[in-house]
Ligand binder design. Structure first.
Ligand code: R5P
Length: 298
C-alpha cells in the first residue's frame, strides 16, 4: 500500500487556467498520432524546427565509400553534433553505440549495387526490425521517371502503410538517374508525389533556381540532400540557401564526412541550419574549429 502519511488534502485545479492545446511544430504533421510526432521531434529540433541529419547509408549500394571505410573511426566523433543519423541496420547494430539518443533513420530500400540499374530497388527492411531498433523513420528511394518508377513508388506506399500501423515515420528520398534533369520542375513533381502518397518527410536536392517552389508545394517537411562533395564554403552556402528557402534542415553525407575537418564541418552546418548563420561566418567558424580539432582523423 502506498505511503499516505503527510498527503495533503488541499488541491488546486487551476480553474481559471484554460487547458492549453499545443500545435505540433512541423508542417503537415498536426494530424499524426503522438508516437509519430514524438519520433519526428527526435529527428527535428523543436526549438528551430529543423534538423542536421547525417547520412552515412551509402554502403547499401556502393560499399565502403570514401570517408566511410571505418565508420567507428570517422563517424563516431560526429555523433554529438547530429540531430539524426541516416544509416543501414548493419552499421547501426555493428558500430553505433546503443547510447546514441538522437533520431535513427533506417535505410529501408535496396537491392541493386552500383554495378546494376539503381532504380530496381525493393523494400529491404521489415517494420518489426525498425521498431526493434527503436528507429524514428524508414528511408526509401523513389525514382520518378526512372526505369522502375512504379516499383519504387510501391516500396514507398507499403512502408507508409506499415509505418502508419505502428507509428513509424517514412522518409521519401527523391533519387535522380544519371540522365534526369535536376531542376525545380522535376523536384516539385517528385517531392509532391512522395508527400501525396504518404511520406511524412521528403529528402531532395537543392537547385539554385526555384527551390522555394519545391518546399512551398510540398505539404510535409523537406530536407536538403547533400550530394557530391563541394568545397566547404559552397556546401555551407547551399545549406544556407536551402533553409532560407523553406527546407526543414539538411540530410548531408559526403559534404560532411569527406570535408577536410568533418567535426568542424558538422558544427558549422549546425549553426547554419539552426541559427541561420550566414555562409561566410559559418565558414570562418569552420576554419577556427578545424584548427582546434587538428589531429582528429578526417
Ligand atoms: C542515396 O542515394 C542515399 O540516400 C545516400 O546514400 C546518401 O544519403 C547521400 O548522401 P550525400 O549525397 O549527402 O552524400
Amino acid at each position: 500500500m502506498a505511503d499516505i502519511e503527510g498527503a495533503k488534502d488541499t488541491k488546486d485545479f487551476y480553474l481559471d487556467v484554460p487547458f492549453e492545446n499545443q500545435a505540433f511544430f512541423l508542417r503537415g504533421s498536426g494530424a499524426l498520432d503522438w508516437g509519430m510526432q514524438n519520433r519526428l521531434a527526435r529527428i527535428f529540433n523543436p526549438a528551430s524546427g529543423r534538423t542536421v541529419m547525417l547520412a552515412i547509408d551509402h554502403g547499401y549500394f556502393q560499399g565502403p565509400t570514401t570517408g566511410l571505410e571505418r565508420v567507428d573511426v570517422s563517424i563516431l566523433p560526429l555523433l554529438p553534433h547530429t540531430n539524426a543519423l541516416m544509416l543501414t541496420r548493419g552499421i547501426l547494430r555493428t558500430t553505433i553505440p546503443s547510447t546514441f539518443s538522437q533520431g535513427i533513420v533506417l535505410r529501408a530500400s535496396g537491392g541493386p549495387s552500383i554495378l546494376k540499374e539503381l532504380s530496381n530497388e525493393q523494400i529491404a527492411l521489415d517494420i518489426d526490425d525498425a521498431i526493434r531498433l527503436n528507429a524514428c523513420a524508414m528511408a526509401v528511394q523513389v525514382f520518378i521517371g526512372g526505369e522502375f518508377e512504379t516499383q519504387s513508388i510501391h516500396n514507398l506506399t507499403r512502408l507508409v502503410d506499415a509505418g502508419l500501423r505502428y507509428g513509424v515515420i517514412t522518409l521519401g528520398v527523391t533519387a535522380v538517374g544519371k540522365t534526369m534533369v535536376r531542376d525545380a520542375k522535376y523536384f516539385r513533381l517528385a517531392c509532391r508525389i512522395c508527400a501525396e502518397l504518404g511520406a511524412q518527410i521528403v529528402k531532395t536536392y537543392y537547385v539554385p533556381e526555384g527551390f522555394e517552389t519545391i518546399t512551398a508545394s510540398c505539404p510535409v517537411p523537406v530536407v536538403m540532400a547533400g550530394g557530391k562533395k563541394l568545397p566547404e564554403l559552397e556546401a555551407l552556402t547551399m545549406a544556407y540557401r536551402a533553409v532560407s528557402e523553406g527546407a526543414a534542415g539538411v540530410d548531408m553525407g559526403r559534404n560532411i564526412f569527406q570535408a577536410d575537418a568533418p567535426v568542424a564541418m558538422i558544427q558549422a552546418v549546425g549553426k547554419v541550419v539552426h541559427e541561420l548563420m550566414k555562409p561566410e561566418p559559418a565558414y570562418d567558424l569552420y576554419q577556427t574549429l578545424k584548427h582546434e580539432t587538428a589531429g582528429v582523423r578526417s
